[in-house]
Design a protein around this ligand. Structure first.
Ligand code: UD1
Length: 358
């Protein structure tokens, strides 16, 4: 049989590995992770309530991998629905948990909605896992837990700082809930602290899909370049950084997704050094907002219109990762550079605009 696309892969690779539940699997990071899991031979079931994603992403994943992941529309706030999913899929061996709200500004407006959704979902999934004796859990965390770090690059040894937003607090609280649960001896877990995931799959078939006006830099850049947004605002040019704009560690979404495969394999192969481990996922390189703009312009030959405005409340001046622990322990290293990130983000935006995706 003809593969569905040039990205499809050999069927034999899939035969051996167990079934993994990916919550939030139609979302940005989730969908790329599903692709990488399938490419590595895992069988995947997605649970998503589609509150911030589209069901059609499942079709897109199938176009890339040649295999349709199972999809269950489940709201993780409803424990009964999760129980039913586990009753139907008795062969799930591990869970990668992405499903959560993630907009910082929105979390300040609606803190209870954030605590309710992000924490209830986590507690419910852990409770159902315990009931079914499934004990491998990868959690989607964030470098936001470091706040404004005392030293750079930030390693996992850095202090967790008081959260600036309810969103950030849900990540910190979630890590504590997981760590406490691990103490009971019934769970083994890895939390992955992402720096700034950007870009899209090189096929141009999946990518970030912000509803409304994007809060994050790269989707705003691509929307401004395509003409959906008027002018890019650079939030502050008076930071104590070489060009005055904030510095972040941008990481290609495909690299980030691959780290999740490494993490679940580490759990399944009992390779952990501790039952609860935390890894930073970044490239180790920081780029300023102006450098990102320049990289986009060079990669696409499009000139961006931008203006400097006030600082955005809650932004830290600079942060980038020490990811050597992930490099050494997970055997994972980010491969793609800023140019790859910009090119893939742009390809995705153009495909969206051309109506090639939905
Ligand atoms: C933000 C969140 C972080 C979250 C992550 C999820 C804040 C303070 N932090 O990270 O907790 O985990 O998103 O994706 O919201 N910028 C502009 N103009 C724009 C948009 C952004 O200049 O229109 C600047 C920001 O000031 C920042 C950089 O670009 O310096 C990156 O911003 P963004 O993409 O929103 O990521 P973070 O703020 O690092």
């Amino acid at each position: 049989m003809e593969p569905l696309s040039k990205f499809a892969f050999n069927n034999n690779q899939r035969l051996m590995k167990p079934k993994i539940l990916v919550t939030g699997g139609t979302g940005y990071i989730g969908s790329h992770t599903v692709v990488e899991l399938q490419k590595s031979g895992f069988d995947v079931v997605i649970a998503d309530n589609l509150c911030n994603s589209k069901k059609e992403i499942v079709d897109q994943i199938e176009k890339i991998t040649g295999k349709r992941p199972k999809f269950e529309k489940v709201d993780l706030k409803n424990r009964e629905q999760i129980s039913q999913l586990f009753d139907k899929n008795t062969d799930i061996k591990g869970v990668i948990h992405f499903a959560a709200y993630k907009a910082v500004g929105e979390s300040m407006q609606f803190p209870l909605m954030y605590y309710h959704n992000n924490l209830f979902s986590l507690i419910n999934i852990l409770q159902v896992m315990m009931k079914h004796n499934i004990n491998n859990f990868v959690f989607s965390s964030s470098c936001t837990v470091y706040g404004n770090p005392d030293y750079l690059p930030v390693s996992e040894k850095a202090h967790v700082k008081p959260a600036i937003s309810p969103y950030g607090n849900t990540k910190q609280m979630s890590e504590e809930i997981i760590s406490d649960t691990v103490q009971t001896g019934n769970l083994r877990s890895i939390s992955l602290r992402y720096f700034n995931p950007v870009g899209a799959h090189n096929s141009g078939l999946i990518g970030e899909l912000p509803f409304g006006i994007p809060n994050n830099l790269v989707p705003f850049i691509t929307q401004a370049a395509i003409g959906k947004r008027k002018i890019l605002k650079v939030f502050g040019n008076d930071y104590q950084t070489p060009d005055g704009t904030c510095i972040r560690d941008y990481i290609h979404i495909e690299d980030l997704a691959k780290a999740h495969v490494a993490a679940i394999e580490r759990l399944l192969k009992l390779k952990q050094k501790d039952d609860y481990e935390v890894f930073n996922l970044g490239t180790g390189k920081g780029y300023s907002v102006l450098e990102v703009i320049k990289a986009f312009e060079e990669a696409t030959k499009i000139k961006l219109q931008y203006e400097f405005t006030e600082r955005r409340p809650g932004d830290v001046p600079q942060v980038w990762a020490d990811s050597s622990l992930a490099n050494n322990e997970l055997g994972w290293k980010a491969q793609k550079d800023l140019r790859d990130m910009m090119k893939s983000a742009w390809k995705w935006e153009k495909n969206l605009e051309a109506g090639k995706i939905f």
